[in-house]
Structures are given as C-alpha cells and as structure tokens.
Design a protein around this ligand. Sequence first.
Ligand code: PLP
Length: 384
Amino acid sequence: MNKQQNPSLETRLVQAGTGRDQQTGAISLPIHPSATYRHPGVGESTGYDYTRSGNPTREALEEVLADMEGGRRGLAFASGMAALSTLFLYFSSGDHLILSEDLYGGTYRVLDQIFSRFNLTTSYVDTTNLNAIEEAITPQTKSILIETPGNPLLGIADIRAIADLCQKHDLLFVVDNTFMTPLLQRPLDLGADIVVHSATKYLGGHNDLCAGVLIAREEKIGEELYFLQNSTGPVLPPQDCWLLVRSLKTLALRLERQCHNASIVAEWLKEQPNIETVYFPGLPEHPGHQLHQKQATNFGAMVSFRVDSPARARQLLERIKLISFAESLGGVESLLTLPAVQTHADIPTADRLRLGICDSLLRMSVGCEHVDDILADLNQALAD
Ligand SMILES: Cc1ncc(COP(=O)(O)O)c(C=O)c1O
C-alpha cells in the first residue's frame, strides 16, 4: 500500500509521462511540435507563448528530470555541451572555476578555447584529493565542477566532503553525473547544487539521441539557469524530449544489465596477459572502491584499461566485430574508445600523458549484449 503512495524511482521512471494527456488517456506522452501558441485574449496566455520559453513535451520531460535527481528544477538542452555552456554563462568575467583534471575533453575545450576569451579562468586538479582542491581555491573561485567516477580514469571524488568545502567557501558545487545516473548516485542528496548530464549517454541509452540536462537543487538557481536557457535558446526539440522520456522508462533495466556485464568484463580483463592495468571502481584494489560504495549503489558500466603497447590498442580496435570502435558511451551497444585521439584529443599532450591518457589506454562502455559474446569478441581481438 505504502509502495503505491510513494513509488520508487524505478517505478516513477517507467511511468514517466503516462496519463499526462487527460483528453485521450494516451499512455505515451504527446509530442507538441507547435513553435507558438494562440493567446485567448490580450494579456492572456495558456501558459505557453513560444516554444523556446516553454513547450508541453519539454515541460513533461523536465519534471521527470528534476524528480529523478531530487532537484527543484530540471532543464533539457540540445546536447550535454549545450547544458554545460549554459551553466558556464552563469559566471562572469574574472571568475575562477576548479574542475576535475580527469574529465570529458569537450568540457575542457569549451572552457579553454571559448570561455577563456571572456576571462573565465580555470584550474584542473586531482579532485580525488581534497587538499589539492582546497589549495586551488582563490578569492575569485566561484565553483567546483567534478566528474566522479572520473573520465576516462575512473578516479573517485568524495562528493559529500567537496560539498562541505563548497559550503565553507561559498562555492557553487556542480557534479557531472553522466557516468552514474541518479539510479546509482544522487549528488544533490549529498550536497551538490547542480547536476549535469550528457543525456546522450545512459539517459538516452540507445546511441540515437543527443541531449543534455541541468538539474538545480534550489528553485532560485533553477530560475537563473532557466533565464540563461531561454535567453540563449539551446533547448531540446519536442520530438527528442519525447524520445528521452521514452528512453528513461527502461533506464533501470538497461543499467542493471550493463553494470552486471561490466563487472564481469573488468574481472576478465584483469586476467589477460596483454592487459597491464584495469580501471574499474568495482575492483577491490581500485583506490576509490570503498569511497564509491559509500556514495553510490553500483559501480556503473565504464571500464578503462591499458594494453601492453599502442600497437596492441590499434590491433584491438581493428579486430573487434561485435563491439564498435566509436566515441560516446552509455548505450545498449558496447563501444570501445581511444580517449587520446577521440574524447580527450583537445587536452594538451603533456597534460594528457601526465594523467596517463596515452595511446595504450582504452575506455569501454559495456552494453546490454550477452556478456559471453562481449568476452568472445574481446578475446579474439586481443589474441597475439
Ligand atoms: C561526462 C560527459 N559530460 C558531458 C559530455 C558532453 O555531452 P554531449 O556529447 O551530449 O554534448 C560528455 C560527452 O561525451 C561526457 O562524457
């Protein structure tokens, strides 16, 4: 009985958008492509005036997004980079941001090559190390943005401890939760102010949608982000909003299978003679293993590993048949990425190499295929 009154997040996601169309009783969320809306009279509005400012299909999605992360306001964007760029517009010239050094290369690129022109300054630090973060704080620092697990090395940062640090120094705390999703990790509950997603990844889940998300814990910040979204216009179109709602319904099912497969893949990789290191927070020897378990309910489905030579990495990418050599992650299809030349190509070579993002490092997004088929493909592609 209690369950029905307070359904779990899994159930709320399955039911996303259902029953919204009371006129027809449609189970599936209606798509409203209208760019504009008739006004009932002068000075009157149906609540919708122009689709950049508000659209019923996007509104339905944004309510689901806010609910899933436990925030007051969700906003849907045309890509993860559109969401992040809108977030960076929140700051002013002269402000300073601290970011994880182990983070998506596109986030680095937009800050380094575009926002730097407007004098938004940055420091990239090892956010698995609290002292390193605190030492980087200056009087101009306004925010800390982390990815945990990191990307592509899957280091674990302490979300609650960084939230405390942000509170102490009055900083906006942002977590890119793309790798985890709210089903595995809920940063707003641990003290973050804003969660970012590339919804192109697990939330979309089928490698057929490009979308981004911002979720604010508090209404006031949500309103300010909405102002930026409405002013600059990088909104997610209604058809894609519908597709994202449809995709979220199966998020729990997909993740369950992907996490299961990933832990088997990580254990298997560890045993292979031509693999030097496996990076996966689910492995007991991973330095963030304990911490990750304190703040997340599963280890996710991203596994990075270092092979014994760049030639072996090339061989693997050329021989895989089932797994695709492609950028991106989180979809039902398994993908293998070479971060040094794909996702992290814009990070200066010296910084990349210092972090260990070399030509022998591969990042795998483990999909929903039968795990035996994934292992068989890796096995034939790795063999001498
Ligand atoms: C962790 C993370 N954040 C943000 C982005 C950017 O998202 P999008 O590619 O949807 O613009 C990506 C893309 O790979 C990502 O991996």
